[in-house]
Design a protein around this ligand. Structure first.
Ligand SMILES: C[S@@+](CC[C@H](N)C(=O)[O-])C[C@H]1O[C@@H](n2cnc3c(N)ncnc32)[C@H](O)[C@@H]1O
Length: 322
C-alpha cells in the first residue's frame, strides 16, 4: 500500500506517524445505498473525492480485493491522516491519499497516472470530524476563533471574511450561499458590532436580529444562525465553485460503464447536481441512475441525525466496464 500526499502546489507532504493520530471519526452516510448503486467489484479502481476520515473509502475499498485501487482526496490534512491510519491494514487493495481540492481531481488523477475510475463517490460538505473540532469554529457554541476552512492553510478564514468584508459583500454572501431572508439586517448588525470573534458571538448576534423580526414566543425549527453559518462555510471553502468544476470534470474521470454517487446536504448543492446531470444526460454524456434522489432510512437518521438532510444521486457513464 502506498500513500502520496500532495500539497496545493503538487509537492509532497510529510506525514508524521499516522498510526499515532486519533480524532473524531465521521460516521459515513448511507453506506448501504452507496454500495448498492456503485457496486464496486474486485480489481476495479475507485475515487473518494471527499475522503474525510475514510468511512466510505473503507466500505468501498473492502470490495476491491488485492488488485483494486482506491484514491482518496481531501482538502483537510488532519482528516487524511486519520483516514490513512484507518485504512492501513483494513482494505485489501492499494490506496493513495491526496491532499487537495476535488475541483482539481483531473490533475490529481493525471499526477497519479490513473486515466479513469470505475467508482466515484462524493459526500459533500462538512464532516463530524470537523464539526466536533472546536478549533475550526464550525459549531454554534464554539468559543474558538471563527475559522471554518477545511484546509487551514488555504485562503481567508471566516473571521477575516466576517470582519473585513463590506456590509454589501456580507449581505450578498448570506443571501447567495445561505438564502438567508434577513441577510441585509444581519450584515448591518455585524458591521456595527465588529469584531465578531467566535461562532458563539455570531450565533447570538443572528439570534437577536431574528428575534427582533419574529414574535417573542417564536421557537425555531433550526437554530436561527444555521443559514448564516452555512453561507460563511460555503463561501470560505468555495464549495459551490468546487462542485461546478467537479461536475464538469466527472464524465472524464469515469471509465466507460463507471458509476458516480453524490450525497448532497442542502438545496444549493442538490440543484446543481440535478440540473447538470439532466443536461449531461440529454447530451448523451451520462445516464442518471436515480430519477429521484434516495433518502436515508429512518433508522439511518435515528443512528446519525446529521444525515437527515442527505440526498443521494447516482449516474453512470455509457459504455461497458472493462
Ligand atoms: C462529509 S465529509 C466526508 C466524510 C467521509 N465520506 C467519511 O466517510 O468519513 C466531507 C469531507 O469533504 C472534504 N471536502 C469538502 N469540500 C472539499 C473539496 N472541494 N475538495 C476536497 N475535499 C473537500 C471536507 O474536508 C470533509 O472532510
Amino acid at each position: 500500500m502506498q500513500m502520496f500526499l500532495f500539497d496545493q502546489q503538487g509537492g509532497t507532504m510529510v506525514v508524521s506517524n499516522p498510526a499515532e493520530l486519533s480524532g473524531p471519526i465521521h460516521q459515513p452516510a448511507m453506506v448501504t445505498q452507496v454500495l448498492d448503486l456503485l457496486s464496486p467489484q474486485p480489481g476495479q479502481t475507485a475515487l473518494d473525492l471527499t475522503l474525510g476520515t475514510g468511512g466510505h473509502a473503507l466500505a468501498i475499498g473492502r470490495k476491491l480485493g488485492p488488485d483494486g485501487l482506491i484514491v482518496g482526496i481531501d482538502a483537510d490534512p488532519g482528516a487524511l491522516q486519520v483516514a490513512d491510519a484507518r485504512l492501513r491494514g483494513r482494505v485489501p487493495c492499494e490506496f493513495q491519499l491526496v491532499h487537495g481540492w476535488f475541483g482539481q481531481a483531473r490533475q490529481i488523477a493525471g499526477r497519479l497516472r490513473v486515466s479513469a475510475f470505475d467508482n466515484v463517490i462524493a459526500d459533500l460538505g462538512v464532516g463530524t470530524h470537523q464539526l466536533d473540532d472546536a478549533e475550526r469554529g464550525l459549531s454554534f457554541d464554539s468559543e474558538q476563533r471563527l475559522d471554518m476552512r477545511y484546509d487551514p492553510s488555504a485562503g481567508p478564514s471566516a473571521w477575516e471574511v466576517l470582519n473585513r468584508s463590506s456590509q454589501e459583500e456580507l449581505a450578498d454572501i448570506f443571501h447567495r450561499y445561505g438564502e438567508e431572508r434577513y441577510s441585509r439586517r444581519i450584515a448591518s448588525r455585524i458591521c456595527m458590532e465588529r469584531p465578531i470573534n467566535t461562532p458563539a458571538e455570531l450565533a447570538q448576534l443572528v439570534k437577536r436580529v431574528a428575534a427582533g423580526r419574529t414574535s417573542r414566543h417564536r421557537t425555531w425549527r433550526i437554530h436561527p444562525a444555521t443559514r448564516v453559518m452555512m453561507a460563511l462555510r460555503i463561501f470560505v471553502n468555495n464549495e459551490l465553485e468546487q462542485l461546478d468544476e467537479l461536475l464538469t470534470q466527472l464524465p472524464n474521470l469515469l471509465a466507460p460503464g463507471g458509476r458516480v454517487a453524490i450525497i448532497t446536504y442542502h438545496s444549493l448543492e442538490a440543484r446543481r447536481v440535478k440540473h447538470t446531470w439532466r443536461r449531461q444526460q440529454r447530451e448523451g454524456i451520462i445516464d442518471v441512475l436515480t430519477p429521484s434522489p434516495i433518502m436515508p432510512t429512518e433508522r439511518q437518521i435515528r443512528q446519525n441525525r446529521r444525515v437527515r438532510s442527505a440526498q443521494l444521486r447516482a449516474a453512470r457513464k455509457p459504455g461497458v466496464t472493462s
